[in-house]
Design a protein around this ligand. Sequence first.
Ligand SMILES: C[S@@+](CC[C@H](N)C(=O)[O-])C[C@H]1O[C@@H](n2cnc3c(N)ncnc32)[C@H](O)[C@@H]1O
Length: 269
Amino acid sequence: MDNGDVPPEVDTSKPHSARIYDYYLGGKDNFAADRKTAIKAMEAWPPIRMAARENRAFLGRVVRYLAEEAGITQFLDLGSGLPGVGNVHEIAQDVNPAARVVYVDNDPIVLAHGRALLNSTPEGTAVYIEADMREPEKILAHPVTRATLDFTKPVALIFIGILHFFTADDEVRRIVEPLINAVPSGSYVAAAHVTAEFAPAPTVKAGDVYTRSGVGIIGRDADVFADLVFKGLTLVPPGVVVVSEWRPEPGAILPARADVSINGAVARR
Ligand SMILES: C[S@@+](CC[C@H](N)C(=O)[O-])C[C@H]1O[C@@H](n2cnc3c(N)ncnc32)[C@H](O)[C@@H]1O
């Protein structure tokens, strides 16, 4: 991306998780500092690009499941990232044109691009808000959230590829619990989280690259992840699995777990 196109509030000298991920996915919204971190992480753990694509594909299958099979029409996508292929509102509105989506991110570049690219159906809504997930009450009270989502009806909370950036378990609880408490029964929680279970040495090394560049990240094993995010909820089969194994497309060739190293699940409140 040309620095001339960048909003003044975006600091391109430091790597950022949204733009590193954009680089893995082949996007153009990344800068030299992001690419440097991304390339070093890929040297430490070569399958990282495949893992990013599997994470994104999981997001797509989850949203289609929620819209088509669970009948969800409202989505709150936390740590939504830059608009890419198969955004939540596009998939949800393909199933139900009246679906409503609130995207939340705290990277100003996401907001700048998100606003430009939102292409909701006329019957539905797709909006971005700039907010820090560490302040879930502000997200819930935000006028745009209130105007878009009806919290007396089921809402899907989406935490995909995000909670591993909060390295303290307590911080994850402080984010997730108020949001889950704010939605009625019949709502859903979907999450994906990196793990070092299947390829401990290289994934930890890649995580160290992130942390040294200022983007803190932590892998959590499936049981810790499940306890933090899904406790008291009913997991939808197949439960917590490597994201590529969550309701794969028929005939899909599944990569090795060690090459994905991201667990994911969907649960009902
Ligand atoms: C790796 S991307 C994941 C994007 C998308 N959810 C997906 O899985 O395809 C993580 C996103 O979380 C955002 N993020 C990181 N910390 C955040 C925070 N404290 N509040 C809100 N968003 C945050 C980043 O800006 C980035 O866009």
